[in-house]
Design a protein around this ligand. Structure first.
Ligand SMILES: [Cu+2]
Length: 211
């Protein structure tokens, strides 16, 4: 074998190595660019935009005490809006909330479930006191003047409306209302929400993961 073909082979090898090296470099660069773009496009990375739910309120609790959001500071509020005459949604939610509280163990001390009445006309503090006692000792019932309720519901983006009885019985009305259950952090800021379909197990697990 002459020297010439050997030289050609080694040169070919060198060229091939350089080509592989360049290809690898290009691949790394492309992957880096794609990864960076994905990060930039994703709304879930970095600081998430703050959800504007909740805020100041002034209401009366089921013991007749005047309270504001400051009275619950340092505790997470599991807050939802309803009324004691509610035939289905509210009792179901309160049952699941009560069971979730029991599943929280020692963490339950840091959570206060709150029912804000959207029916202040019938839900006096006394009526609320009797009602919440059926569910869990930690549940706080809140009511107030129609204006106070309106302000609070607005802060929590809750809808409610009176549905008058077809037979004209003015005391037998129902209240149509949003049924979302909010979990507000110890700083009063929105953490997450649950629906009336959320079972106690799921609710407790989520609360544990967030507090
Ligand atoms: Cu209800």
């Amino acid at each position: 074998m002459s020297k010439q073909p050997n030289k050609t082979i080694s040169r070919l090898r060198l060229v091939r190595r350089i080509a592989i090296g360049l290809a690898a470099l290009i691949l790394v660069a492309v992957v880096a660019v794609i990864a960076q773009q994905r990060l930039a496009d994703s709304p879930r990375t970095g600081t998430a935009p703050e959800v504007k739910i909740g805020g100041p309120f002034a209401l009366t609790d089921h013991t007749g005490r005047q309270v504001t959001e400051k009275d619950f500071q340092g505790k997470a509020m599991l807050i939802f809006f309803g009324y004691t005459y509610c035939p289905d949604v509210c009792p179901t939610s309160l049952t699941e909330i009560s069971a979730a509280m029991d599943k929280l163990g020692p963490l339950a001390d840091k959570v206060v479930p709150i029912l804000v009445s959207v029916d202040p006309e019938r839900d006096t503090p006394e009526v609320l006191k009797d009602y919440v006692a059926h569910f869990h000792p930690s549940i706080v019932g809140l009511t107030g003047t129609p204006e106070q309720i309106k302000q609070t519901a607005k802060a929590y983006r809750v809808y409610y409306a009176k549905v008058t009885d077809k037979d004209g019985d003015k005391d037998a009305y129902l209240m149509d209302h949003s049924s979302v259950i909010y979990l507000m952090g110890p700083d009063g800021k929105f953490l997450t929400h649950f629906s009336t379909q959320t079972d106690a197990e799921t609710m407790a697990a989520k609360i544990k993961s967030l507090l």
